[in-house]
Design a protein around this ligand. Sequence first.
Ligand code: PLP
Length: 192
Amino acid sequence: MLEPALLPTPLVDCTDEAFARAGVELRLKRDDLLHPTVPGNKWRKLAPNLAAAVEQGHTRLLTFGGAYSTHLRAVAAAAGALGLESVGLVRGEELADRPRNWSLRAAEAAGMRLEFLTRAEYREATGRAEGEHGTDALLRRWGRCLVLPEGGSNALAAVGAAAIPAELPGLGERDVVCCPVGTGGTLAGIAA
Ligand SMILES: *Cc1c(COP(=O)(O)O)cnc(C)c1O
């Protein structure tokens, strides 16, 4: 279990005068405070996947991301905290010989092994990684590992994200929940 720093996360009132005059109340759900190195929606999406990984006896996580992927950093930190190995397949083979940017450096510092793929290799690997247990090619290269999709967005991730609206008391028909979207896993969980 990846222990949360703060759960439920606080709901902060951001209503200003202009909103108040229009009869609109604005609140911000501070999921960024959930965990110091596995922030917000990344914790929500990873927690059920990590529990499943440990239960299934996995010792290594493998996932994908771009050069500044928050998901890669989060997986690296979460795996490190639970004593699991992690592998990050990074889009862009040209990055392999360059000095690491701050984001990839943080992932490596947390213990993640990085491998850099051409765009074509990356498309191929992510497109085939639908199964939870990795494709033949990935298994041959990396051994038994739990494969998490880009952004960590799979069915278990949506279950984790579904806890967000459960922490919004008194949501009514006139309320609107807004959420930033990358792969859409967080939004899918909220909507579900
Ligand atoms: C990862 C991330 C997103 C995208 O989440 P998805 O579930 O991939 O849509 C949005 N905002 C922040 C701050 C993130 O770290």
